[in-house]
Structure formats: structure tokens, C-alpha cells
Design a protein around this ligand. Sequence first.
Ligand SMILES: CCCCCCCCCCCCCCCC(=O)SCCNC(=O)CCNC(=O)[C@H](O)C(C)(C)COP(=O)(O)OP(=O)(O)OC[C@H]1O[C@@H](n2cnc3c(N)ncnc32)[C@H](O)[C@@H]1OP(=O)(O)O
Length: 187
Amino acid sequence: MTARSTGSPSGSPSGRPGPASSRTTPPPGATVPEPSGPDRRDLDLKLADYDGCFGCGDQSSDGLRVKQTGITGTEVTGEFTVLEAHQGAPGLAHGGVLATAMDESLGSSAWVLGKRYVTGRLETDFMAPVPVGSTVYLRSWCTGVDGRKAYLQGEGRIGGPDGPIAVRAAALFIEVPEEHFSREREG
Ligand SMILES: CCCCCCCCCCCCCCCC(=O)SCCNC(=O)CCNC(=O)[C@H](O)C(C)(C)COP(=O)(O)OP(=O)(O)OC[C@H]1O[C@@H](n2cnc3c(N)ncnc32)[C@H](O)[C@@H]1OP(=O)(O)O
């Protein structure tokens, strides 16, 4: 296993600027709350009847089937394996698939904040090609909450949980009421 290339994912292992733009950087005064979301066991129960999510569900044969592997504070880790169905260029993961995996990971970190969030803005940096068959090790965490806005960052590594960063992301999630989901379905 190689050494993790940066302790701080907002750092710049490649010399490139960090992943967050002004729209995904928390404003001064934003704070990271104590996670108050359901713990893993509650979550498993609540999600037991729904496995249709393209990111984490088991019903979608070509879905990513991201498995969550740990939660520490707002940091959520997970992993998925790149299948042939996920190709862009021959033998390599499609960038949109990697962005989706980051959305899933960032969304999981937002979930542990204990409120309902949807992705408002998602920014991704693609740092290295990801071959089909690779396991991508995902990690996301909250950098601040300001009213309805939750700011998150994340990364996907290959070769092991401490391997090189292949993709990194920053996002703004927006808190929505429960009706958001039923209203949109009926719309
Ligand atoms: C824990 C371990 C196990 C976990 C186990 C799994 C758990 C489960 C995980 C699930 C993980 C799924 C992860 C996928 C998550 C999706 O994929 S969600 C689907 C994709 N996203 C959407 O469909 C959202 C569509 N957009 C919308 O519905 C609406 O635009 C929104 C985002 C709700 C905002 O609309 P609104 O409520 O009318 O609010 P609005 O006033 O427009 O905006 C609120 C504020 O946000 C700002 N804002 C909104 N959008 C933006 C933007 N794009 N850029 C900058 N600012 C913005 C506004 O400027 C405004 O700012 P202020 O004026 O308040 O300063």
C-alpha cells in the first residue's frame, strides 16, 4: 500500500489548486456540526426496502453498488469496482461515472448530518485514469454548514485506501423538506 499523498484532501498533491471553487467553499462563520444522522444500523433498516439507487443500490445491475465501509464524524468511506459497463474510453472509467461515485460519497457524508440534502453543485477534478477492474476507495467529509447549505469535499483513490488520488470533488448540498421527493415524483 502506498503512502497517502496528502493528509488534507483540500491540499494540492499535484500542484493543481484544490477542488473547491468559491461556490463550494463555506463562508466565514460556517461550522461543521456534530453528526446527528441515523447510525448505520438505523440507516440499514430505513433503506432496507429501497435498493434502486444507481449509486448504492443492488437492483441496478450496471449501477455502481458503492458499499459504505465506515463513518467517523462526518467522514464517510466507501468503495466500488469499475465494471466494463462503466467505461468511457476503452478500458477506462467514464468521467461521469467517477463524478457519480463522488456524488454518492458526498451525499452519504451529507446524510450523516441528519437532514435531507440534495446536490446543488458538484465540482470534480480528474487526476488519473481509472482502469476497468479497479476498486475506487471513496472518502468524503463536511467542511461547513451555513443555513440550508452544506459544503462537502471528497476524493477517490486507487490501488488502496491510501493510494494516489484519481478523482476529487467539492460540492454544495442544499437542505430540502421531505415533500421535495414526493412533489417531484408527482410533478
Ligand atoms: C452514512 C453511511 C451510509 C449512507 C447510506 C446512503 C445514504 C444515502 C446517500 C444518498 C446519496 C445520494 C447522493 C446523490 C444526491 C443526488 O443526486 S440529489 C439529485 C440531484 N439534485 C437535484 O435533483 C437537485 C435539483 N435542484 C433543486 O431541487 C433546487 O434547485 C434546490 C437545490 C433544492 C434549490 O432550490 P430552492 O429550494 O428553491 O432553494 P434556492 O433558494 O434556489 O437555493 C437555496 C440557496 O442555495 C443556493 N444555491 C442553490 N443551487 C446552487 C448552486 N448550484 N450553486 C450555488 N448556490 C446554489 C442559492 O443561491 C440559495 O442561496 P441563498 O440565496 O440562500 O444565499
